[in-house]
Design a protein around this ligand. Structure first.
Ligand SMILES: Nc1ncnc2c1ncn2[C@@H]1O[C@H](COP(=O)(O)OP(=O)(O)OP(=O)(O)O)[C@@H](O)[C@H]1O
Length: 208
């Protein structure tokens, strides 16, 4: 369960975004929708733990019973997935996956190969990202995010670069993977069709 409590984000002493209480259960998806500039990225950055020096922030972030808002980015166990451009272009597919796994883990190579097998992409281990189709890139990017074993995942327009035919298939696959692992998901999208569960309009949270 991901929980935001008593969050206010202010800009120049003016409250810009506030969330009294918001919960996302493990395995479910909460979708944020709103126009450009309504604060979606700002909220995702705060959840991730990225610095927001131009804002004043108060509030708590809890994940699976532990408070995380004071933890540094790498200790929060929150992953981010955006458009397919996510993969490192200068690393082959297998190396992209290895990047998510701790160097000390003696099973990391095996784990990356198993992930490729689960995605039916074993034959692409040595391919460069640009040699994959959009759907294949999206699957590798998700798998890389999952190998880092996040407890929550933020999806920022993750399907927007896929064509309509592929989009539905990849979307179903992604949400099934996340549900299976009990991960709390926050999704930002401009397309209602992408949203599998509850939708929150940024209008309810912002006071611009
Ligand atoms: N570093 C910053 N310093 C000051 N203001 C900022 C900063 N970053 C964003 N803002 C402002 O905060 C508001 C929210 O921006 P944000 O990027 O969160 O919107 P968004 O909903 O993600 O928009 P988009 O859909 O275009 O990505 C905007 O008014 C923006 O101009």
């Amino acid at each position: 369960m991901l929980e935001i409590k008593h969050l206010t984000i202010s800009k120049q002493q003016h409250v810009f975004l506030s969330v009294e209480s918001l919960q996302v259960a493990g395995g479910s998806v909460l979708t944020l929708m709103g126009p450009s500039g309504s604060g979606k990225s700002t909220l995702l950055k705060w959840l991730l733990g990225e610095p927001l020096p131009d804002f004043q922030i108060a509030g708590e972030l809890w994940l699976n019973g532990k408070q995380r808002d004071q933890l540094p980015i790498h200790a929060r166990k929150i992953g981010l997935l955006h458009q397919q451009g996510d993969l490192f272009p200068h690393l082959r597919v297998l190396d992209n996956l290895l990047f998510a796994l701790p160097r000390k883990d003696p099973r990391r190579h095996q784990a990356a190969l198993e992930a490729l097998e689960a995605m039916q992409l074993s034959d692409k281990a040595n391919a460069w990202p640009h040699q994959l189709s959009g759907g294949e890139q999206a699957r590798v990017a998700l798998m890389r995010a999952l190998l880092a074993q996040p407890e929550a995942l933020l999806l920022d327009e993750p399907f927007s670069s896929l064509d309509t035919a592929l989009r539905g298939t990849v979307r179903e696959w992604v949400f099934a993977q996340l549900k299976q692992r009990d991960i709390s998901v926050m999704l930002v999208t401009h397309d209602k069709e992408d949203a599998p569960g509850t939708i929150i309009s940024m209008k309810e949270l912002t006071h611009a």
